[in-house]
Design a protein around this ligand. Sequence first.
Ligand SMILES: C[S@@+](CC[C@H](N)C(=O)[O-])C[C@H]1O[C@@H](n2cnc3c(N)ncnc32)[C@H](O)[C@@H]1O
Length: 285
Amino acid sequence: MKNWSHYSWEKILTADGSYSLKSLVSNSESHESEIMHHRGGAHSETFLVYGRILEPLFAAHKNPRFLSLGLGLGYIELLVAQKAFELGREDDFYLVSYESCPELVEYFLSEIEKSLHGNQASKTNLWVTNSDQTEAQAPALTQTLIDEALIDQTHADQTQINEISQTYENVFSFYPDQVKQILFKAYQQKRWVIYPALTQVTVVPFLIHGFLWDAFSRKTTPELWDEDFLKSFISQSLDKIALPIGFTTYACNGPIKRALRACGFDVQEQKGFHGKRQSLMAWLK
Ligand SMILES: C[S@@+](CC[C@H](N)C(=O)[O-])C[C@H]1O[C@@H](n2cnc3c(N)ncnc32)[C@H](O)[C@@H]1O
């Protein structure tokens, strides 16, 4: 797993006016750089690719449960809250998000709180202070990780903090206060939980109706697109839960298609965003 301190982030303006972040991921072998979203529009891409399974799942299930990989700028999480708002289902959904970079989680939570409760830049450390609950449910969040997050916040570079903070302000500007409030309330009520990196041994905290798979590319995180891993990860949630189950992602590669078909899904190739060849949506009904 890549440690968060090996990332640095650069703010990127995309064509629809929404920001994305580009990471510089350094490890001993290489320096890789990957932007979180398509330059044609971070907000628009999320809406197109991840919005499409939300409404059918809200319609089919009293309490739809979603999994988002990874949190990033939180566009997907805000979209889930937006859909709940539009449908008058504010308190009905459950959501688990995975994010390997603790600094993004910290800043997302503190910025959303700031945008809701005035501009007093209170550094709430919500994620860290909620670690009792998180640790109980997610053994992967170790004390070492929490300590690292705390130490690194103290030493974080001010330019980085500004880039990230301005990016979140821009993300939140796309959503009304009611939507942010819905998401924040879900977090406080533990209907939205945020866990660290998703790995080969991750066990989902609840059975999932909707998979919102927004991992970095196969080049950057090959382990999250491995066919055998995908098969076993997706299938852990299948046999004890009411159908339908949906899966959506911006990518449309061989391993994900084969893994979903092996799990019994009907795989539907969809138009890709902004000139990308294809994306993928799949249903188990
Ligand atoms: C394409 S971006 C996600 C964008 C995000 N959905 C949004 O709405 O802005 C991929 C994210 O996955 C995170 N990530 C990378 N490896 C991960 C892992 N193993 N588990 C969880 N998150 C991971 C990255 O730090 C990055 O934030």
